[in-house]
Design a protein around this ligand. Structure first.
Ligand code: HEC
Length: 307
């Protein structure tokens, strides 16, 4: 009985002249004071923007649906999970693959030897890696440039002095810088793995020009990079059997790291954020229940005025 009285009275309160009723809220809308022209203009802009977005999506879809391109299969990488770090032994092997195979044609301008420290190599090992190559430095006191052994602060050397030289050596095709290639291609590391292991004979009817090879994963199918990885193409220092797929897997993991060096820290941060925010959620819920407890448990009584 008391509960229904309370409900009736609260409903009565809502109807009091000082509180706007649901119908009156429409008078608070910001669009109310807009002129018809302005409404029409903004409506048109909205529709045009929506239309342009849909057109772009359709164009993108149609390009990707071209039948000469095979989509790379999705693999379960050891770093695929929400909380999984990169496999650092694999990243280290991938560095060996890059150095011994890919570095002949591809630069990696945004990775320095110091980046390897604590990720794949110890400081001494990284220093030794850097010292293996000669870097142009200077000018010295005579104003001349000179060569010195590499230091930790040096970036990976480029195989060609400039893009034109790279093109001249590769039949006019430019081997892209590999630092961020995983982020720069649809499919990421799955694409790199599929590309490196996907070479096959061109199907009948596909004409390849001089210096082109067939790879169904490369858009268009005709790629100017010859197959780079074969079984036993090189030897790993840790003794892992160097099959073509092992080499491809390790270089893909390495390229994932170069494209996202913050990968492990990011996932660690996610774990911390989940921990902290679940605590904050719980405490917020508790405080909300506490603050509302007086409102939720109050009893409103109706007492007619005594005459
Ligand atoms: C003999 C030189 C050579 C070697 C060695 C080489 N590449 Fe390439 N790579 C090229 C050229 C040239 C292109 C450009 C191909 C094109 O645009 O048709 C290319 C393109 C690529 C691309 C870009 C494909 C795309 O989608 O645009 C990737 C990724 C790549 N190479 C990875 C590698 C990796 C990883 C290695 C080492 C395992 C490697 N390459 C070894 C010459 C080479």
């Amino acid at each position: 009985m008391a509960a229904s009285v309370g409900r009736i009275c609260r409903a009565g309160l809502l109807k009091s002249p000082h509180v706007p009723t649901i119908n009156q809220f429409s008078s608070l809308s910001t669009t109310r004071e807009w002129t018809k022209g302005r409404k029409a203009l903004l409506g048109t802009i909205g529709m045009l923007a929506g239309g342009a977005g849909a057109l772009l999506l359709a164009l993108d879809r149609s390009v990707r649906a071209s039948d000469l391109e095979l989509h790379p299969p999705k693999h379960v990488w050891s770093h695929s999970g929400m909380f999984s770090s990169l496999d650092h032994a694999s990243v280290r092997r991938g560095y060996e693959v890059y150095k011994q195979v890919c570095a002949a044609c591809h630069s990696m301008r945004f990775i320095a030897y110091r980046n390897l420290v604590g990720v794949t190599h110890t400081e001494e090992e990284a220093k030794a890696e850097a010292e293996e190559q000669m870097v142009l430095d200077g000018p010295n006191e005579q104003g001349e440039m000179f060569k010195r052994p590499g230091k930790l602060s040096d970036y990976f050397p480029s195989p060609y002095p400039n893009e034109e030289a790279a093109r001249a050596a590769n039949n006019g095709a430019y081997p892209p810088d590999l630092s961020y290639i995983v982020s720069a291609r649809h499919g990421g590391e799955d694409y790199i793995f599929a590309l490196l292991t996907g070479y096959c004979d061109a199907p009948a009817g596909v004409v390849l020009r001089e210096g082109q090879y067939f790879n169904p994963y490369f858009p268009g199918g005709a790629i100017s990079m010859a197959q780079a990885l074969y079984n036993e193409a090189m030897e790993y220092t840790d003794g892992t059997p160097a099959t073509a797929s092992q080499l491809a897997k390790d270089i893909s993991t390495f390229l994932k790291w170069t494209a996202e060096p913050e990968h492990d820290d990011r996932k660690k941060m996610l774990m911390k954020a989940i921990g902290i925010f679940s605590f904050l959620m719980a405490i917020t819920y508790y405080i909300k229940r506490m603050k509302f407890s007086t409102l939720k448990t109050r009893k409103i009584e109706f007492r007619p005025k005594e005459k």
